[in-house]
Each structure stands twice: as C-alpha cells, then as structure tokens.
Design a binder for this molecule. Structure first.
Ligand code: NAD
Length: 368
C-alpha cells in the first residue's frame, strides 16, 4: 500500500525551526514504527511571497488539496507588515482554510502535570486538565453579510452579521460528537440562545443531531458567557466544548492560557471526509512566527510536535502512536527539560529547540 502523504509548509520565523524537529520525529516513525510518510515541502506566507509574489502559490494549494494532511509552521513577520492586505502572509493561511473547507477547528487545552505551576490558575484547578474546544471556523459573524461601515443619517454605523445555516451547525456538531466518542463521551454546546436567534437555532440543531445519531454521548448546553466563567472556575468539568466561530475564538484562547505557554499548544482544522474516510486536514501550532526569537534556537517545538500527534490520531487513525508521542513529551517535561518560554528568570539554563527535539526522540526510543 502507498504511504500516506504529508505536505509540510514550514512558513516564516520560527516555523522552519520547530518544523525541523517534527521532521526528525516523522523520520523516527518511519524507521522505528514502520509508519512511513511520503513528505513534500513547500512554501507559505512570507517565504512564498518572497519567491512567487503571493503568500500561497496555486500549485501549493493544489498539493494541499491532494495531500492526506498538511502540517503548517507559522506565517508572518515584521518584514511583511507593510504589504497590501491581499498578499499578506496570513492570506496564505486563510486561503488554505477556505479552499480546504476546514470548518471544524480543534483546540485542545491540556495541562501537563510538570507545567501546572505555569498556569495563571491554582495548580489543583488545572493539574491533569484535558479538554477540547471545537470551534466552527468557516461561518458566523466573521463571514456573514451584510458587513461593512455605512453612512446612516449624519453618522456611520459598523455592521457585522451572525449567520448560521442548519447544515453548518449540523456538520460541526457531528465532528464534536465523533470526537467525544474517542474521549470521555461528553459534549457541552455553548451559544447565547437567551439573546440571539442564531443561538436558538444552534441549540436546536445540536440537540437534534444528538438525539438522532449520538444519544450515547452526554450533551449539555451552556450560555457562552457562563462558559467563560466555568472555564476559569472549574475547567475540568468539560470534555468537548462545541461553539461558533466568534465565541470559539475567545473561549479557546482563554482555555489555552490555562495551560501556561503558547509554545505548548497544538491545533487541528478538519473538513469533510474524503472518499477514503479521511477528513481534509491542516495541523498547526497555535503560536505565530515569533520574530522576537526567530533564528536563535530558542523556540519551543512542542506545539508543532503535538500538532503532528493530532495528525497521527485524526488523519491516520494511529491513536496509540499519537499517545506514545504525547507521553514522550510528558516524560521530558517531567524530567525537567525546559525551553526558555517554560522557565522563570531564576530557573537555570534553558535548552535549545534542537535539544528539546533530542530529548523527545530519546524518550520515544525509550518507549520501545
Ligand atoms: P507569536 O505567537 O508569534 O508570539 C507571541 C509571543 O510568544 C512572543 O514573545 C514569542 O516569542 C512567544 N512564542 C510564540 N511561540 C513560541 C514558541 N514556540 N516558543 C517560545 N516562545 C514562543 O505572536 P505575535 O508576536 O503576535 O505575532 C508574530 C507574527 O506571527 C505576526 O506576523 C503575526 O501576524 C503572526 N501570527 C501568525 C500566526 C499563524 O501563523 N497561525 C498566528 C499568530 C500570529
């Protein structure tokens, strides 16, 4: 059987540095676990603009659509800040999300015990935390029409429209229920059905999908403002949270900070399943290109590495191998390995990006 295909778009700033460590881990799986991938590399963001005058070349877009999964590093940087909006590095990422129709954004918030002191919350509230926020990514108020700034009488009015169709809610709800079945079988749906009609429809459709096809999953509904409070009060009550684009944007950032550092946070964006049952999929760390530390070997590669673990689980059905990688990360953190972002000023000398990769590879070897 042909190897599964991966398109790697390392991008800008620390993107290539952290992705180098992922490539070492991909090679490890080929050598040590007979799990080989056909890997192709291409450009995105500023790097693509420098070569092609566009942040995502059409050929790269075609490769992304054909690949079994795309791994992305990060895009952007001060060098590109003055570019026209239409060719800014971020447009490359937006084009990928749009043309791959990646409607379901998975943001885990997992607190490794060794880092519990790093959270802004008390240790006992976050230690062992493992929740997943599923954010609808391609509709809602960021896309709804009408939108714009209009003249109204003698002043201007800014308008955005929250708009969701039943089918858009249906498909993201399904993706949350499917995920819950692989985890602790609980979904909490968040909206503002008390003040928004789109929230009433959201709640109705999520409940209908549940009753018809996922009655085995425990479903609760919560107003999103209460959800924000509960996330910082008692986050461990949740398993999977499903919510719209706007609330998901805010709630997932809030949940992310429960776990400490940006350098630890992976994400997946999934679309509809292909004929082979695999969803279209893009995996990327939550962090950006970190121009302040780029090229210095200081970046933490764990967010990018854990994004590859998500690819193993959600694109390649290799849950056990994903867990092996996550446990290797947990082990090196428990052993005290720390890049600079995971340390206070008086905590000693940090290790480099490559040394963190070395440590994780050694822990993978030890797992055999
Ligand atoms: P950022 O995430 O790049 O950096 C924020 C802070 O966190 C910086 O101090 C950085 O050094 C630190 N940091 C981030 N990732 C780290 C890692 N892996 N290890 C150690 N420290 C890490 O956000 P920013 O500074 O607001 O944006 C910088 C550039 O990245 C901008 O051009 C922005 O548009 C772009 N950006 C891209 C993405 C993406 O590619 N998905 C996301 C956010 C921002």
């Amino acid at each position: 059987m042909a190897n599964p295909t991966l398109l790697i778009l390392a991008g800008d700033g620390i993107g290539p540095e952290v992705m180098d460590q992922v490539v070492r881990i991909i090679d490890w799986y080929g050598e040590k676990r007979s799990l080989a991938f056909d890997v192709e590399h291409d450009l995105v963001g500023g790097a693509a603009y420098d070569k092609h005058g566009t942040p995502l070349h059409d050929d790269t877009m075609a490769k992304a659509l054909a690949a079994d999964a795309v791994l992305l590093g990060a895009v952007g940087g001060p060098k590109y800040d003055a570019l026209d909006f239409s060719v800014k590095p971020e447009r490359g990422l937006l084009r990928l999300r749009k043309e791959m129709d990646l409607f379901s954004n998975l943001r885990p918030a997992q607190c490794f015990d060794a880092l519990a002191d790093f959270s802004s919350l008390k240790k006992d509230i976050v230690a062992g935390l493992d929740i997943m926020i599923v954010r609808e990514l391609t509709s809602g108020v960021y896309f709804g029409e009408p939108r714009g700034i209009f003249e109204e009488g003698n002043e201007r009015v800014g308008i955005n429209t929250q708009r969701y169709t039943e089918s858009e809610i249906d498909r993201v709800a399904r993706s949350a229920f499917e995920l819950a079945r692989r985890r602790n079988n609980k979904v909490c749906s968040m909206e503002k059905a008390n003040v928004m009609e789109s929230g009433i429809l959201w709640r109705e459709v999520v409940q209908k999908v549940h009753d018809e096809d996922y009655p085995d999953v425990e479903l609760t509904h919560m107003y999103a403002d209460n959800g924000a409070m509960q996330l910082v009060r008692a986050p461990k009550q949740f398993d999977v949270i499903v919510t719209d684009n706007l609330f998901g944007d805010i709630l997932s950032d809030c949940a992310a900070m429960l776990t400490g550092s940006l350098g630890m946070l992976p994400s997946a964006s999934l679309g509809a399943p292909n004929a082979d049952g695999r969803p279209k999929a893009l995996y990327e760390p939550v962090h950006g290109s970190a121009p302040d530390i780029a090229g210095q070997g200081k970046a933490n590669p764990i967010a990018c590495i854990l994004s590859f673990a998500m690819a193993l689980r959600y694109s390649f059905d290799q849950g056990e191998e994903a867990a092996r990688l996550e446990q290797a990360v947990e082990q090196v953190l428990a052993d005290g390995a720390r890049t600079a972002d995971l340390m206070g000023p008086e905590d000693g000398t940090p290790i480099s990006t490559t040394e963190m990769g070395d440590a994780i590879l050694a822990a993978l070897d030890a797992s055999l």
